[in-house]
Design a protein. Structure first.
Length: 504
């Protein structure tokens, strides 16, 4: 049997995708993966389909100088070509499939190239015609509900999304199950499953309609509220009823999705837990290491933690580990120097996926503090929470609905009441060494339950893998009457070879 997993992420370093792939491979499924390649090489066992759009116009030097955050001009009548172009580029940047400034800048170069060739970009131009709906919605006094056709028109107006649609059409082998990760892959994965007559599943990572934080009354906020959010809602209304199953990373997202779309059954909660590995207990030493691992960029607001650092007792140090833009990392270092705590801060590069938990085990406290700007943040249940538990750390995390009950019930750490330097310092300073060691022991005990071995059982049941496998087995069973072993139409279920590896 074959599963096709569609994810608009760097799939070789996306933990949830990697865990799903391993589960399917251990059950004997072949795996097709549609996504962006990451820093790590693509395993040979994957049938991989790279959806990176070639930059056929963009020179290498220009790519590195591309602006990271294009600005949408205020809407007005008779907007110039540049104003329209900037609005479109913002729309492109707001899409989760926009993986880099290079991709955004490529869009700009493509359209500017046409403008230079033609002298102008006429309203009859295909790209301008496709953008007209988004521009009209942007200028409405109030947002309105979109039809499925309108949502798809906006979604496929971007060159990247149109490229991905064309890329996957006819290129992906026949599959028995297609999994879409979040709304931005449903317009690719849904039709793909329909064409293949395969089962279709949606795995929900984010409460997407409140995923982004914009300055109040800004053009960005207006574009999201008038164009992007109605598009997301329309895509959800279209694809959720078509899915064999829905899953979500947290209870909060699952409950709210059920309410928003009047679903008869809430999406199955499948938490983003790591595979279980036993890690040693390390007694807390003279220096107490507080560690954050994950993305290191402005959306994580790590500068708030650094501003808190001078308020921590002197035995505490902070380590930040993960990938991020050099300019933001330099900003954090400069801030630490200004505050006089540069000797208590270490910023380190990321480690390979399979070394994340093992490396975290060397620390004492796992740090998770986020700005609470929407229900998306309140519903957060990130990988790092479970990785800290698996590493046997004490935790200091935000008092969010999907995290706080576990912390309170198990004694694995402390809660941060507000996202301020002072509140963070209060939570950190509430630890002494015996309390940290007790929390570490609690985490090591809890890790046996908060592991992917438990969560994958929920995934297998929710996605109906056993019934799909049984149906394929019945199709491939030899006829008793003829003994000829004739197969019904469809592909055979490969039997697991003897000695099939447990890990890829």
């Amino acid at each position: 049997m074959r599963v096709c997993i569609v994810s608009a992420t760097y799939v070789t370093q996306e933990p949830r995708v990697l865990r799903q792939i391993r589960t399917f491979q251990e059950r004997g499924w072949q795996v097709s993966v549609v996504g962006f390649p990451g820093r790590l090489p693509v395993p040979e066992s994957w049938d991989f389909h790279d959806i990176t759009m070639p930059a056929v116009i963009l020179p290498e030097t220009a790519a590195s100088e591309a602006p990271a955050e294009p600005v949408v001009p205020a809407a007005k009548n008779g907007r110039s070509f540049l104003a329209k172009l900037a609005a479109f580029i913002y729309w492109r940047a707001a899409q989760p499939c926009a993986r880099s400034a290079r991709t955004i800048w490529t869009e700009l170069c493509r359209l500017a190239h046409r403008w230079r060739q033609n002298g102008t970009v006429a309203d009859a131009n295909v790209q301008s015609a496709r953008r007209s709906l988004a521009e009209t919605l942007y200028e409405l006094e109030r947002p309105r509900q979109l039809s499925s056709a309108e949502a798809h028109e906006i979604f496929f107006a971007t060159t990247q999304n149109a490229f991905i649609r064309d890329k996957v059409t006819g290129a992906v082998p026949q599959a028995d199950l297609v999994i879409a990760h979040d709304y931005m892959t449903m317009p690719f994965a849904g039709p793909l499953a329909e064409r293949m007559q395969a089962s279709f599943v949606v795995d929900i990572h984010e409460y997407a309609v409140e995923q982004y934080h914009f300055e109040r009354n800004s053009a960005e906020e207006r574009y999201f509220s008038h164009v992007t959010r109605p598009m997301i809602e329309a895509l959800h209304r279209d694809y959720f009823p078509k899915a064999r199953a829905l899953s979500a990373v947290s209870e909060g997202i699952s409950r709210q999705i059920q309410i928003d779309y009047a679903l008869p059954v809430a999406p199955t909660v499948i938490r983003s837990t790591p595979f279980y590995n036993e890690h040693p207990f390390h007694p807390t030493g003279e220096v107490i290491e507080v560690m954050y691992h994950g993305l290191v960029n402005g959306s994580r607001h790590l500068e708030v933690g650094i501003r808190s650092l001078p308020l921590w007792r002197p035995e505490f140090r902070l380590t930040i580990r993960g990938p991020g833009p050099e300019d933001y990392i330099e900003t954090l270092k400069t801030l630490a120097a200004e505050l006089g705590v540069e000797d208590r801060l270490s910023i380190e590069p990321p480690v390979p996926f399979d070394e994340i938990v093992m490396t975290a085990n060397r620390a004492d406290i796992g740090y998770l503090a986020l700005m609470n700007f929407s229900r998306q943040r309140q519903f957060v249940s990130p990988n790092k929470f479970f990785e800290y538990v698996m590493a046997g750390l004490a935790l200091v995390v935000m008092d969010f609905p999907d995290l706080a009950p576990t912390v309170r019930a198990t004694g694995i750490g402390r809660l941060i009441e507000e996202f301020t330097p002072e509140a963070i310092a209060t939570a950190i300073n509430s630890f002494d060494r015996p309390a940290i060691d007790a929390a570490k022991h609690a985490s090591l005990a809890l890790a046996r339950d908060l592991c992917w071995e438990r969560e994958q059982e929920r995934m297998v049941a929710a996605y109906g893998l056993a019934s799909l496998e049984a149906a394929a087995e019945r199709q491939n069973r030899p006829s008793r009457a003829s003994g000829a072993g004739l197969r019904a139409a469809g592909r055979a279920l490969p039997r697991r070879p003897r000695g099939w590896p447990k890990h890829f």
